[in-house]
Design a protein around this ligand. Sequence first.
Ligand code: DGT
Ligand code: CA
Ligand code: CA
Ligand code: ZN
Length: 597
Amino acid sequence: MMSKMTKFENHSIAKLLRNVAATYAITNPKKFYFQMIAYQKASDIVEGMTVQVYDLWKENKIDQIPGIGKTMQEHLIELFTTGKATHFENIFKEVPESVFILLDIPTFGPKKAYKLVKEFNLINPKTVISDVKNIAKKGEIAKLEGFGEKSQTDIIRSIDEFKKGAGKTTRMVLPYASEIAEKLINYLKENKDIKQVNTLGSLRRMRSTVGDLDISVASSNPKSAISHFLAYPYVSRKIEEGPTTASVLLNGGAQVDLMVQPPDAYGALLQHFTGSKAHNIKLREFALKKNLSLSEYGIRPKTNKSNDVAKHFDTEEKFYNAIGLDWIPPELREDTGEVEFASKHSLPTLVELKNIKGDLHIHSSYPIEPSHDMGNSTMETMLTLGKKLGYEYIGFSEHNPSSSKHTKTQVNTILKKRFEFIEQLNSSNKYIRALSLLETDILPSGKLAIDGEAFDYLDAILVSIHSVFSMNKKEMTKRVLEGLSHKKAKILTHPTGRLLTTRPGYELDFDEIFTFCKKFNKAIEINSWPQRLDLPDTLVKEAISYGVQFVINTDSHDATHMNLMKYGVSVARRGWATKHDILNTLPYNKLIEWIRN
Ligand code: DGT
Ligand code: CA
Ligand code: CA
Ligand code: ZN
């Protein structure tokens, strides 16, 4: 299997690691429990990385990936060096290749896939998917132990959906998932048997992309709660229904899993289904050392008596406290040290939306004749909304005037007029300050798209890459640092250029970027735009360890976008940021000091 993997892209490496985990799950999940978990976790990590593992290896930095231990590193190094990893090849011998093909299809876990392949001798990986479908259509799968009619229908449907392009890899961007959830939650609250509704899973942890929506309900009447849920007008199909759970597909394709628990035991449910899986595993190990056993119902003493009842907790806080931990904000629950910090009562106080005092990346409709897209709303409208949001300042940062369509003198004239207009806005209102900023392109040469007199009309500039993404890491890093070197360049915007679910972004040497930013007092943007959420959370955490500071911006092109700030804040929180790491939590007089010096 591996010899066919010609390109060592993260996606194929993630799949390979997932297949190792699956092999352990099939062959001996008890004996290889920890390996199985470790490989699954490593697979998730690699899938979510913005830097290629292969490139890290080439730079001798493969040991810098959190969650990939020494042995796993050695196997990967062998793979990159020789084209195959003996250890993986050996264990894959125990499972026919066609099993791994089935794992790409939703509803197929390792055991189910293996059983079908074994039972019907489906050893041809090229035809295995259609083979399974044919056998299902003949009614053979329903007869197998542990399968049944419903499972057979599900298999046919998920194969059809898979062939149409739907798969486990289609994820929603966070704000989209949040919007769907909010609508559903409002609907659920209409039922009098439903006391409380929460989002769980990746949505509650505010991951930048969400696979399916997990929703919990506190109710002493699960039957009523579930039938209300199933009657939601936007349900396109029921996937399954049990006494306290149900899953549906909504119009538009999002899956929702609902879980119901009585109010007195609701805390444990919240905890369990918020995850992440890795966090839960760490928590379980931590509790085991205290002879406690955790579940979605509560906490039991770890004895041999299986009829011990679990102690119930109505809130999640009490649940965490019962095992000797401080409550952990959901955004931190990724097994990156949070359990240890919680046990020492030293978790950081994360930045909150209400700490934000202004937005420094706003595109208004001011006629600047920009190089890229222009905003829809006037500066006045955006200032009024900014004031409503409790801000002390707004930084207008339209794209620089197009340099191909204007002479330098024309650019200067446009910026001068704009500067005077902003000054006028400031003299006519006392409540919110407008800053004259500009989102300025860093050209492929590293030069900025404006120069000379133009800077006289700007408080500072934001710099970013908007064209020629194809440069290699070294050239791109040089380009960015050169742009950022200008005295007026204060913020590097959407630093990786990624577009979630669309394109991975260009590569930068973040060691160099962070070191530079710290040394020269430059800020890095956390961009709240739904498809960006850039700088990504894992890099935020890394940047903070260099002492780098951030500005969280919306990159609004319309007044309605200004409320996306909360998603940028969630990225900062997932990166363990406190308000001291975020410059736009500063009051106006402090912020302007930083901007102007
Ligand atoms: P997603 O949906 O891919 O964006 O990610 P999550 O984290 O929402 O994952 P999901 O929907 O499969 O499960 C929600 C949470 O429920 C998960 O974060 C942890 C918990 N959970 C679900 N299944 C398991 C399991 O088999 N073991 C453990 N320890 N936790 C689980
Ligand atoms: Ca989920
Ligand atoms: Ca789920
Ligand atoms: Zn912008």
